[in-house]
Design a protein around this ligand. Structure first.
Ligand code: 3PG
Length: 212
């Protein structure tokens, strides 16, 4: 599981994907890989999630996780489909424990000191900071990171090209999540060239950030 975390940290970006149809999963995967970001958090907001994860994970060239996982049963669905990490909007003991049983990385949400402490009690040291922009933004991540030396964050929610740098410049930020490079309407309309273009732009932006 630590290798999954390390690979997420190398890519620095986690595309948060909503797929209305599993038939789009292959084209989306091609676009992400071609754009230089072979990573996806496929959200359980649609019925297409598990099959889409299966399609993308079976390629073998992508780091595929499940997002919006709210229950232990969904952890099972995600793990059965080949997800290697599981993201939740908040902190659920049953979700984190099932992730441990299934050998997949848990990335639960935490935006307060109490939530971070609860995550630490469950053995989790990397949390999703969600929803980032309405939870105080980059300034809040920085302030929250101060007392938790060993904790890293994956801010997500309301992040895009114009404010990405605010988050990536924080040492405690492991990676940043977002949907701006994988707009739902572009995927649904089959505009995978558009997704590839936005993905390549996001990768270039994150790469420049790493050099700052
Ligand atoms: C998520 O589930 O992580 C968010 O919906 C992604 O947020 P964004 O669409 O604002 O990037």
């Amino acid at each position: 599981m630590s290798d999954v975390l390390a690979r997420l940290g190398e890519h620095r970006l986690v595309p948060v994907v909503v797929l209305d149809s599993a038939a789009d999963a292959s084209g989306l995967a091609d676009a992400l890989v071609a754009g230089g970001l072979p990573v996806a958090e496929v959200t359980f907001r649609t019925a297409a999630a598990a099959e889409s994860i299966r399609v993308m994970a079976s390629r073998g060239d992508m780091l595929v996780g499940a997002g919006t996982v709210l229950t232990a049963a969904q952890v099972d669905e995600a793990a059965d489909a080949g997800a290697s990490y599981v993201v939740s909007p908040g902190l659920s003991r049953s979700v984190v424990e099932r992730c441990g049983e299934r050998g997949v990385l848990a990335l639960p949400g935490a935006v307060t000191a109490s939530e971070v402490m609860a995550a630490l009690e469950l053995g989790v040291t990397t949390v999703k900071f969600f929803p980032a922009s309405t939870s105080g933004g980059a300034a809040a991540v920085k302030a929250l990171a101060a007392p938790f030396g060993g904790v890293s964050f994956v801010p997500t929610g309301g992040i895009g090209p114009t404010n990405l740098h605010e988050y990536l410049s924080i040492p405690a930020v492991h990676a940043v999540g977002g949907s701006w490079m994988v707009p739902r309407d572009l995927i649904a309309s089959g505009d995978f060239d558009g997704v590839e273009r936005l993905t390549a732009q996001a990768v270039a932006l994150a790469g420049r950030e790493a050099l700052v």
